[in-house]
Design a binder for this molecule. Structure first.
Ligand code: 4NP
Length: 157
């Protein structure tokens, strides 16, 4: 099993969306028995909470159900258990690398490194912005998770 962990700050907007989008993609490609998706936050603010209602509504419009997810914080065991730990923005990346054991650092990347725009881009945090931010997040994540799946195919399957 290849395991992918999506990581943002609160684990209530961007990383749960990425988990849901990627899981949906795996289901449509019949890959759910070979690749697993999870998500977590670097901060503890929202532990146990479901995704933001605006994230849930935006995902539901694309037939993706986030309602069963609950926020959790990144734990050290994640660096051993997951094959990819994918940060939504450069701050999340820096926070992950600050606690990552050196032998796992190669697994820690920006999600948008797999997107069509090339490396180094952030998924912008929609939490304090308007409703459009949630659609932007979905568009960026849909494109990047297709690139991620291509990378997994090339390297692992
Ligand atoms: P996320 O968005 O990192 O995409 O889940 C945020 C959610 C909550 C907060 C910040 C970002 N917060 O500060 O409470």
């Amino acid at each position: 099993m290849i395991r992918v962990l999506f990581v943002c700050l609160g684990n209530i907007c961007r990383s749960p969306t990425a988990e849901g989008v990627f899981r949906h993609l795996l289901e449509t490609r019949s890959l759910s028995d070979r690749i697993a998706a999870d998500s977590a936050g670097t901060a503890a603010y929202h532990i146990g909470q479901p995704p933001d209602r605006r994230s849930q509504a935006a995902a539901r419009r694309r037939h993706i159900d986030l309602s069963g997810q609950r926020a959790r914080q990144v734990v050290m065991a994640d660096f051993g258990r997951f094959d990819y730990l994918l940060a939504m923005d450069r701050e999340n990346l820096a926070n992950l690398l600050a606690i990552c054991p050196p032998d796992a650092a190669h697994k820690v990347r920006l999600l948008l490194d797999f997107g069509p725009g090339g490396a180094g881009e952030n998924v912008p945090d929609p939490y304090y912005g308007g409703g459009d931010g949630f659609e932007t997040v979905l568009d960026l994540i849909e494109a990047a998770t297709r690139g991620l799946l291509a990378d997994i195919h090339a390297k692992h399957l």
